[in-house]
Design a binder for this molecule. Structure first.
Ligand code: SAH
Ligand code: SF4
Ligand code: F3S
Length: 439
């Protein structure tokens, strides 16, 4: 009988992309996807290691699988992804129910490993980081009912910001060949995908020098945008220190490129930015923001920020608040700094107490919520182009996104999914807009 697998995805968009890869590989080889974890023969937990919270979440989920394993000793449980890479053998010791641990760069072996475990019941730890990430598989019908898809164009990071575990769990920068990226894009489009988001820890450091024609991130965007039936192109994440004029020009020159840039700043104080090893100053960051706004004031700017980095004083924190008020981000992902074992920041003294971190995060989020609301209110009455994704969460309306990545809900027929429609914004909330189709 065909075995059923369940994938629990706990990380970022690249983690989701990896889960899609795993699912497609397994389905192509006769395994069946199973939404209900209780009915699965194989459970894969795709983990994140970036902060303590996702680590705890993954471990408590795994702990809850112990009962299932007791009832069904044939059940296969694998921990994969970034936490699996970070904690490898330690996880195997701590959780006897685990059959295997597999890092992100080993995912290409998923079939061999699962089939090997079914045959021989051996326990496996696969955490080599020097392997190239797996090539995508094509699995007709997998993207049914989806209009947006991801393509990883690069993986890994060479920046080693002092707080960050990503370079240790995703390895050094690896760039995929432009031809492979274009082929994957053609495949997604042929499966009905109309919007592609290019993924990478630092997409704008993309280069390809192995062929006579040299490529950079801008040339890749131009080639992808030329594909028929692709309606929109997005990318994330960009690093401020690699943001070129060439890339900024793409916003003006490539019609399909969505008007949104995610540009994490992390902190507003130069002292903290230096200690974080971010490679730019507050002034340099603000100069880039000015350039983006001058290029097109409608480009939405979002960012990531941390509070409570070791040594962060009230004055440093004020610099962060000041930057937020000055830039007026469209949305901001804000986090409490969290020690990651093996990173330089984890060894720093002057740790900030949890209470102070909580209070600073709350103050920051209150300010940002006010800004987000104010910016969304400015959109009321405006006409915007929306790519329809399908039925909204509550199911009564359609949902889609503007070029600036704002969610819009509106009445309409579900057959519009995958199409661009013109909408007038009627009302605005913190996380979405209410619209009305024109014509
Ligand atoms: N490559 C991206 C970030 C990837 S990690 C960049 O350089 O901007 C996603 C976000 O998690 C980061 O932007 C940062 O805000 C947050 N983050 C990373 N390490 C963290 C840590 N140790 N504690 C809290 N937040 C962290
Ligand atoms: Fe982490 Fe810094 Fe690399 Fe981003 S650039 S993934 S924050 S080390
Ligand atoms: Fe993503 Fe978390 Fe790994 S943010 S790259 S899943 S550590």
């Amino acid at each position: 009988m065909n075995k059923r697998f369940h994938i629990q995805t706990m990380g970022c968009q690249m983690n989701e992309y990896d889960s899609d890869f795993l699912a497609q590989s397994l389905i192509k080889n006769g395994f069946l996807p199973e939404k209900d974890v209780h009915r699965a023969d194989i459970i894969l937990i795709n983990t994140c290691a970036v902060r303590a919270k996702p680590e705890q979440k993954a471990c408590s989920f795994l702990g809850r699988m112990a009962d299932l394993k007791e009832k069904n000793p044939e059940l296969i449980v694998g921990m994969i992804g970034c936490l699996a890479q970070m904690k490898g053998k330690e996880l195997m010791r701590r959780f006897p129910l685990l059959d295997f641990v597999m890092g992100p760069r080993e995912l290409g072996h998923i079939l061999e490993s699962v089939e090997g475990i079914i045959r021989e019941r051996q326990r496996l730890v696969q955490t080599a980081l020097d392997k190239v990430p797996p090539s995508p598989v094509k699995c007709t019908g997998y993207f049914q009912n989806r209009t947006s898809g991801f393509i990883s164009i690069m993986e890994g990071c060479n920046n080693f910001c002092s707080y960050c575990i990503v370079p240790y769990v995703r390895g050094r920068e690896f760039f995929r060949a432009p031809e492979d990226i274009l082929e994957e894009a053609r495949y997604l489009i042929s499966e009905g995908i109309r919007e592609i988001t290019l993924l990478g820890q630092n997409v704008n450091s993309y280069v390809w020098k192995e062929t006579q024609n040299k490529w950079n991130f801008s040339s890749l965007l131009h080639e992808l945008a030329a594909l028929d039936d692709l309606l929109r192109l997005r990318f994330t994440t960009s690093h401020p220190k690699d943001l070129s004029d060439d890339l900024l020009a793409c916003f003006a020159n490539i019609e399909k490129l969505a008007g949104h840039i995610h540009l994490p700043f992390q902190a507003g104080s130069n002292r903290i930015l230096k200690s974080m090893r971010r490679g730019y100053t507050r002034e340099q960051y603000l100069a880039i923001i000015e350039k983006i706004k001058t290029c097109d004031e409608d480009i939405a700017i979002t960012s990531d920020v941390m509070v409570g980095f070791p040594g962060e004083t009230e004055e440093d924190f004020q610099f962060t608040l000041d930057l937020i008020e000055h830039v007026e981000f469209d949305a901001l992902f804000s986090f409490k700094y969290s020690d990651r074992e093996g990173t330089p920041a984890a060894e720093m003294s002057e740790k900030i107490s949890e209470n102070v971190k909580i209070a600073r995060l709350q103050r920051l989020q209150d300010i940002q919520n006010g800004i987000t609301l104010k910016k969304n209110q400015r959109l009321v009455g405006r006409q915007m182009t929306v790519l329809v994704e399908g039925a909204s969460k509550k199911g009564e309306q359609l949902t889609g996104r503007t070029s600036s990545n704002k969610v819009v809900n509106f009445d309409g027929d579900v057959t519009l999914a995958g199409r661009l429609v013109e909408v007038t914004v009627k009302a605005s909330y913190l996380n979405s807009l209410k619209g009305e189709i024109i014509g």
